[in-house]
Design a protein around this ligand. Structure first.
Ligand code: GUN
Length: 286
């Protein structure tokens, strides 16, 4: 079997067009959705991600600002900037790019963001709401995976979904979103004993472990849907996922590539969450 490759770029374009209509409807009522991204320091990967976020906003006609703070920014200065943007009526979505320099407490910083502007869905209030299935802002990467599955016509209900990775950004929210759609969910980590026993039982396998080519063809059930969330760089600087594309392609039924798979969906859902934040803050939706 050769897997069908899921084209994340094409699906992202389609979903962006849908959200552009919602953004345009808001603009017709005098509200331009606005996003602010704060980046502290000069991590090269973070800079690339932030540039992609700002570009996506421009593509959909959203207002965006990009605040660059130096590596040695104090907690007080960062919190003051967050407070200023929390109160800026032109800004509906506010995020602080992670990872932060080591001297800053990411938890404290995230908790300072107004939960109604927390388009990453990282604030404890929104994580709590994610658990009950009520969050307005599902975390962008898992949200993008769910939309990608839906647009590909892959049903989740009743399937065994195995998530490899337990991060707050991807693994945990991914498992919850799958559970809300009535999947049977197993969460594994890179340290799970006999990991392949679990992954081989997956109808839907999500790899979010942050290790290059970690999931190999022998770990996949024939015909399974394999979603690769990893973005890693090999020693020669090439981008690769957590899934060994060449071997898994021979076994899986569906497979997402890196790049061009989950990545474009993540940014798309960030824009979607920003439009939803603008709708909510302007009283046009719940
Ligand atoms: N760093 C890597 N992924 C993300 C993300 O989704 N949001 C933020 N704020 N930082 C990240």
């Amino acid at each position: 079997m050769t897997a069908q490759i899921i084209d994340g770029k094409a699906i992202a374009q389609q979903v962006r067009a849908e959200w552009k209509l919602r953004a345009d409807a808001l603009k017709a009522r005098g509200v331009t959705p606005g996003m602010a991204v704060i980046i502290v320091g000069s991590d090269p990967a973070s800079k690339v991600y932030v540039a992609g976020k700002v570009r996506a906003c421009a593509e959909l006609g959203l207002y965006s600002i990009h605040v660059e703070l130096p590596e040695d920014t104090s907690e007080a200065v960062l919190l003051a900037k967050i407070d200023e943007l929390n109160h800026d009526p032109k800004i509906h979505g506010l995020l602080v790019q992670l990872p932060l320099p080591k001297h800053l407490n990411a938890h404290k910083v995230i908790e300072a963001i107004n939960p109604d502007k927390d388009v990453d869905g990282f604030h404890e209030k929104n994580i709590g709401a994610l658990v009950t299935g009520e969050t307005p802002f599902p975390s962008c990467t898992p949200y993008g995976v769910m939309v990608m599955l839906e647009k590909t016509g892959i049903r989740v209900e009743g399937k065994h979904a195995v998530v490899v990775g337990r991060s707050n950004i991807v693994g945990k929210p991914m498992a919850l979103l799958l559970l809300h759609k009535n999947a049977t969910v197993t969460i594994c980590t890179s340290k799970t004993v006999d990991l392949a026993k679990h992954t081989r039982d997956a109808d839907i396998l999500v790899a979010a472990v942050g290790r290059p080519n970690f999931i190999t063809g022998d770990m996949v059930k024939p015909g399974a849907v394999v979603i690769d969330v990893g973005i890693n760089r090999t020693a020669d600087g090439k981008l690769c996922g957590d899934v060994d594309f060449a071997s898994v392609k021979q076994v899986a039924g569906y497979l997402t590539p890196v790049p061009g798979g989950v990545g474009p969906m993540t940014i798309t859902m960030l824009v979607a969450n920003t439009v939803r934040a603008a709708e909510r803050l302007s009283g046009l939706s719940k």
